[in-house]
Design a protein around this ligand. Structure first.
Ligand code: URA
Length: 202
């Protein structure tokens, strides 16, 4: 997908078909994802940047063997923050874990996780993450399709919602004010409000 796409889709690892074609989500999971789950939410592949956490699927799906190979993930993080994204859809457990440090896709799916820090070369970028059930799980348990469609619908609604001030900027400014004024709450508050006023054009 385009480098500067507003939507970033992050999966787990390539399957057999993905290995053959050198592209993410072109096999059975991908077909289900693009032509049903995302299509129903009017999210099209051409508008998304698509990647995986891992560049290969380990034998027997044993990801522990790959856990130490962080170079590929570093590159992917760089790609994620290279352009402002409206949100990142974390497709499945691994993507959720790598992006947010949280575990349990069945609990987190369908939520909107804002201001998730992504660290690249010592710099933090704050992103919005929407965790979604993996379509591969739907292929094993068909009833999960309802949840996937719901998650995609949530993404569609978020796309249609205009955002106000970029929260990441606010948080950085707040952190900076805290650093400068130490524990003077009033000074921190005043500086923060001045910054906000300036931002809102008051
Ligand atoms: N499953 C994934 O997580 N990613 C792909 O690219 C294909 C299947």
């Amino acid at each position: 997908g385009p480098e500067d796409a507003e939507i970033y889709i992050l999966g787990e690892a390539p399957g057999a078909k993905e290995d053959q074609e050198g592209q993410a989500f072109v096999g059975p999971s991908g077909k289900l994802m693009w032509s049903d789950i995302f299509a129903r939410a009017h999210i099209w592949r051409k508008d998304c940047r698509v990647a995986n956490v891992y560049w290969e699927r380990p034998p027997g799906n044993d990801f522990k063997k790959l856990e130490d190979d962080h170079e590929y993930w570093e590159d992917t993080k760089e790609d994620i923050v290279a352009h402002p994204r409206k949100f990142i859809i974390a497709v499945g457990e691994k993507a959720l874990q790598f992006l947010t440090g949280q575990v349990g896709i069945t609990s987190w799916r369908g939520s909107i996780l804002r201001d998730i820090p992504i660290e690249v070369n010592g710099n933090l970028t704050f992103v919005t993450v929407l965790p979604m059930v993996h379509p591969a799980a739907v292929l094993r348990q068909f009833s999960l399709l309802v949840l996937c469609r719901h998650d995609a619908r949530r993404a569609q609604r978020l796309l249609a919602t205009p955002s106000l001030a970029p929260p990441s900027l606010e948080i950085l400014q707040f952190a900076e004010a805290l650093r400068r004024h130490g524990d003077s709450e009033e000074a921190v508050y005043n500086e923060y409000m001045d910054t906000l006023d300036a931002y809102m054009g008051a």
